[in-house]
Write a protein that binds this ligand. Structure first.
Ligand code: HEC
Ligand code: HEC
Ligand code: HEC
Ligand code: HEC
Length: 170
């Protein structure tokens, strides 16, 4: 009986160890760095190193509900000349020549019934970074599903409106 118990514990330990190994081995180590994009665009290179302004690429952010991702034409303004032979830049030409929009994967998501408008926020000088983090340090943007709590916490701390049904839900 005692011997059986030892065996059971041993088998149990082996299962746990094998399980832990499999999880560590197969879980992608960078699972939370965000979805892979069609072109590995890096905010770190463009904003952090090359100091390009957000609004150069996201020009409508202050006026529209849709800040917009730059069309590939805009990338080519620079990349016609800069590292033009880079394979990822060749992809830009391909999208451009076939007139197909680059299928960027959206990372910030608000539920459909929520009304979010950048204009109100940027006009009151809430920095991009307060909501989007230090994108200048990131190679790839992480997925961010917005929950109501994130909106409310900031609105409370800045004495902004918290009457959600009037302001945010439509
Ligand atoms: C204002 C100029 C400018 C614009 C606009 C621009 N880039 Fe760049 N990009 C650069 C510079 C400068 C580099 C660094 C080149 C080097 O390493 O020598 C770069 C590097 C890259 C690289 C190389 C990979 C890497 O991580 O170093 C890729 C890919 C790239 N850009 C994609 C894009 C895409 C996609 C767009 C449009 C959404 C874009 N770029 C818009 C200036 C620009
Ligand atoms: C050279 C062009 C360029 C510049 C400059 C740039 N971006 Fe972007 N941005 C892009 C491209 C291309 C994408 C889509 C690919 C991606 O998500 O990485 C993007 C995506 C984003 C997204 C995610 C959109 C989504 O899917 O929800 C945010 C947020 C963002 N940018 C914020 C910023 C901020 C803040 C700055 C300035 C600090 C900035 N960007 C500067 C080109 C640029
Ligand atoms: C108060 C928080 C907040 C601030 C400040 C803010 N954003 Fe956003 N941003 C969001 C939210 C929330 C979304 C998702 C909205 C949606 O999907 O409708 C978003 C989405 C985006 C997108 C993706 C838009 C698209 O068409 O998919 C870009 C690009 C972006 N923001 C850029 C910026 C830039 C650049 C700044 C600063 C000038 C900025 N944001 C400031 C909260 C913010
Ligand atoms: C980092 C802080 C911050 C976050 C996060 C934030 N907000 Fe705001 N928001 C503000 C501030 C500050 C104002 C006040 C604007 C003013 O006084 O004109 C505001 C104003 C608003 C308004 C306008 C209210 C009015 O007076 O008509 C709406 C709507 C709104 N936010 C919705 C949202 C939603 C939805 C989210 C989440 C997806 C969100 N906000 C996230 C700071 C934030």
């Amino acid at each position: 009986m005692k011997k059986n118990l030892h065996e059971i514990i041993l088998i149990f330990l082996v299962i746990v160890l094998v399980g832990a190994f499999l999880i560590l081995f197969y879980a992608p180590p960078q699972a939370d760095i965000g979805p892979e994009q069609p072109i590995p665009f890096s905010h770190n290179v463009h904003v952090g190193v090359k100091q390009i302004q957000c609004q150069y690429c996201h020009p409508y952010v202050a006026y529209s509900n849709f800040p917009g991702i730059p069309p590939v034409e805009k990338c080519l303004h620079c990349h016609e000349y800069i590292i033009s032979q880079h394979p990822e830049i060749q992809k830009e030409h391909q999208y451009f020549n076939t007139q197909s929009p680059t299928p960027w994967v959206k990372v910030n998501v608000v539920p459909e019934h929520v009304f979010f408008n950048h204009q109100r926020h940027i006009n009151t000088k809430v920095a991009c970074e307060e909501c989007h983090g230090q994108v200048a340090d990131l190679q790839r943007l992480p997925r961010k599903p917005w929950r109501m709590k994130a909106c409310i916490d900031c609105h409370r701390s800045k004495n902004a409106i918290v009457d959600c049904w009037l302001a945010c839900h439509n």
